[in-house]
Write a protein that binds this ligand. Structure first.
Ligand code: CA
Length: 225
């Protein structure tokens, strides 16, 4: 499952360059050119990292950052601010407003990619680890193998992604809508009951022993080790 990055930047050539390079690094990239539009999208779906330009039409990056920090769902969203050269004092304000890091334009692509990776790793090491281990489960993202207490399990591709998604944020309850968004993708129409069907298959594939998938009535599912 690819880490999801939202890029908010009103200079189109830069936006396209970022999208191209981030996709080449294996990220799932959403691009937006206005601050107010970004705010609307973020109230519907929260990515794993936000690359945010400082000067934007609609709502400025700095103001958007401040609002996101005040909101429960985006309080801990990793944010990297993009600032123009010579905005040193503004850069300081950027950090004060709660950005995790900042990059000064023009920046080198490898440097930005390193910052993105480091910020993602700090925020959630599970997101980019090649093997997830928890509760006796070992999920290998590279070989697509899953073991429970050393014994290999057979999982269908959807069950694999579902387990991966749940293990990325252990103990956190994921709603059916969040699971659909993260596992099936945001542009696919799937009935929410499909989630229950695949959770059932995942539970059977995990075999006997303690049930690692917790059902939270009216809310969704969580991975509990
Ligand atoms: Ca700008």
């Amino acid at each position: 499952m690819k880490p999801r990055i939202m890029v908010v930047e009103d200079e189109q050539p830069l936006l396209l360059m970022l999208k191209y390079n981030l996709e080449a690094e294996g990220y799932d990239v959403a691009t937006i050119e206005r601050g107010d539009e970004a705010e609307m999208r973020l109230s519907e779906s929260v990515p794993d990292l936000l690359l945010l330009d400082w000067m934007l039409p609609g709502v400025s990056g700095i103001e958007l950052c401040r609002r996101l920090r005040a909101r429960e769902t985006t309080r801990r969203l990793p944010i990297i601010m993009l600032t123009a050269r010579g905005e040193e004092s503004e850069r300081v304000r950027g950090l004060a407003t709660g950005a995790d890091d900042y990059v000064v334009k023009p920046f080198s692509v490898p440097e930005l990619m390193a910052r993105v990776r480091a910020t993602l790793r700090r925020a959630n090491p599970e997101l980019i680890a090649s093997v997830l281990k928890n509760g006796g489960i070992e999920l290998d993202r590279e070989t697509h193998r899953v073991r429970r207490d050393g014994r290999e399990l057979r999982l269908g591709p959807t069950e694999f992604r579902l387990l991966e998604f749940l293990m990325q944020n252990p103990t956190r309850v994921q709603s059916r809508a969040q699971l659909l968004d993260g596992v099936w993708g945001r542009n696919v129409y799937v009935d929410e009951r499909t989630v229950d069907v695949h959770i059932g298959r995942l539970r059977r594939a995990l075999g006997p022993g303690r049930d690692l998938i917790r059902t939270v009535r009216g809310a969704g599912y969580a991975f509990d080790a």
